[in-house]
Design a protein around this ligand. Structure first.
Ligand SMILES: Nc1ncnc2c1ncn2[C@@H]1O[C@H](COP(=O)(O)OP(=O)(O)OP(=O)(O)O)[C@@H](O)[C@H]1O
Ligand SMILES: [Mg+2]
Length: 475
């Protein structure tokens, strides 16, 4: 059996390798989702899912070893971006990624270096390094987008997963302009005399500056000193002014508010940047900050390991958002096809734009392979409406053991035409509604996988093939 699988995996791999070097052409590249089986359990070949896929299976059932890791290895001639809670994806696949550059961002500080190939470049997370310039070179929009994400995700982290609303949302919104300005200032500024680019000190500078709304001393004439160093809102506004940022004005406007209101903004800044107060997330030593353009080389691979309790969620979503924006803004340059693997997505990378991305970003060369333990994790994080909509538009969903996806499977069973229902022949009153319901329930239960070596594919909500899931070491 395994020989057959090995043979199939090898032939699939060879076929993918043999494809001509045109990764950005609109080919129908889909992520690996196991092997399709016939009714007798014989392997027919690589299962064909849709362009994006969601895997739902319980903890420890093989999501990483049987699906995500093989999908990363089989994604040849393209870029892989992988987020997970453990170092396992990097450990299992880094040595098999076709020779491109590999980057590792470890936000847990717990990845064992001896398990990672020596040529993997260690990078740190810094939102200031994630600003993506638009066609005019301005980072205003990018800074505002990242500020919005940090405020939203930071607040959701503190409120146990729910988005902030009402009053707190008002203060959060007020702090966006100031945070955008601080991020631009932390990224750097042109020296007013020489025009040379000066490093802004990154997130460490932003953390210090966010606490200090005013640093402007006056000399004896009462004129302001031109201070570009002291971390403060004022300095940030000066630096941002040097890059013509529209957010520089927000600092002055916010400072003129009632002191209590200024304090509220400061609290929001603290919440938004709280992830970086942890050493593991800020990074230490001489690792370089990750920038999205690092992934432009074909075959590049980026691994992010983010704490399973969601403590790195802000860092994770800001990197995802920035990489996606980089791909969209630079689409004219024909970016390589990228597989984005987001493991434990609702917990460690709760990126709100996932639905938009799954619905619209295929033409930008982005393919999403998302994993979670159960669909209710999306409901807990994004709310019922958003989660339902997201589940409804995923072109393919792979259900493994441990995920009792009653609703998804029942709905899939409901789509089976009456003539194909196996239970119908036994039931002479199949046209009666209640027995039709029973038939659907029975069919849904039949779709549920019973052991870790198998999964049930749903294609556009309808029952797809039963698939065989094989541990990476047998491939
Ligand atoms: N070297 C190995 N060879 C074969 N099987 C292994 C190996 N190491 C672990 N396993 C098995 O693989 C399973 C775990 O697989 P995997 O880590 O892919 O699951 P997962 O669904 O990703 O889990 P988690 O929710 O913890 O991320 C376990 O049942 C474990 O016994
Ligand atoms: Mg896993």
């Amino acid at each position: 059996m395994f020989d057959k699988i090995k043979e199939t995996a090898t032939s699939v791999a060879e076929k993918v390798v043999a494809e001509p070097q045109k990764a950005w052409v609109s080919d129908e590249r889909t992520p690996y989702l196991g092997f399709e089986m016939d009714e007798n359990g014989n392997v027919l070949g690589k299962a064909k899912g849709g362009v994006h896929a969601l895997m739902l299976a319980g903890s420890g059932t093989g999501k990483s070893r049987t699906v995500l890791a093989p999908a990363i290895i089989l994604w040849k001639e393209g870029v892989v971006f992988a987020v997970s809670a453990k170092g396992d994806l990097a450990e299992l696949t880094a040595a098999h990624r076709n020779g491109g550059p590999c980057y590792l961002m470890d936000l847990t500080g717990q990845v064992d270096p001896s398990e990672i190939p020596a040529d993997v470049t260690h990078v740190v997370s810094d939102p200031c390094a994630l600003l993506v310039p638009d066609a005019t070179g301005s980072t205003d929009d990018s800074a505002y987008d990242i500020a919005t994400l940090l405020v939203q995700v930071g607040a959701a982290g503190l409120s146990g997963g729910k988005d902030s609303s009402g009053d707190s949302a008002f203060w959060a919104t007020l702090s966006l302009g100031v945070l955008a300005c601080l991020l631009q200032a932390g990224a750097g500024y042109p020296d007013p005399e020489t025009g040379e680019w000066v490093d802004g000190g990154g997130i460490n500078w932003v953390l210090a500056a966010s606490r200090n709304s005013s640093s402007r001393d006056s000399d004896e004439d009462g004129t302001d000193l031109f201070d570009l160093d002291t971390p403060s809102w004022d300095t940030a506004a000066l630096r941002a002014g040097l890059v013509d940022s529209i957010h520089a004005d927000d600092v002055e406007a916010t400072k003129n508010l009632d002191p209590k209101q200024v304090d509220s903004v400061k609290i929001n800044l603290k919440v938004a940047t709280s992830a970086w107060t942890k050493r593991a997330i800020r990074g230490t030593g001489d690792s370089v900050p990750f920038t999205p353009d690092m992934l432009e080389q074909n075959n590049a691979t980026f691994y992010m390991v983010s704490p399973s309790n969601g403590a790195g969620a802000s860092a994770a979503v800001s990197v995802i958002d920035s990489v996606v924006n980089h791909w969209v803004l630079n689409a004219a340059r024909k970016m390589p096809k990228m597989l984005m693997v987001l493991d434990e997505m609702p917990v460690i990378a709760p990126w709100k734009r996932l639905r938009e991305a799954v619905g619209l970003l295929r033409s930008y060369g982005l393919t999403f392979l998302v994993a979670a333990q159960h669909s209710t994790q999306f409901t807990a994080r994004f709310g019922k409406e958003e989660a339902d909509a997201l589940l409804a538009i995923f072109p393919s969903i792979l259900v493994g053991v441990g995920a009792i996806e009653e609703d998804l499977l029942k709905r899939a069973a409901w789509t089976i035409p009456a003539t194909e229902r196996r239970t119908e022949s036994k039931d002479s009153a199949a046209r009666n509604n209640s027995s039709k319901d029973r038939a659907e329930t029975a069919q849904a239960a039949e779709l549920l996988p019973r052991h870790t070596g198998e999964g049930q594919l749903l294609i556009r909500g309808m029952p797809g093939p039963r698939v065989k899931l094989v541990d990476l070491k047998y491939m």
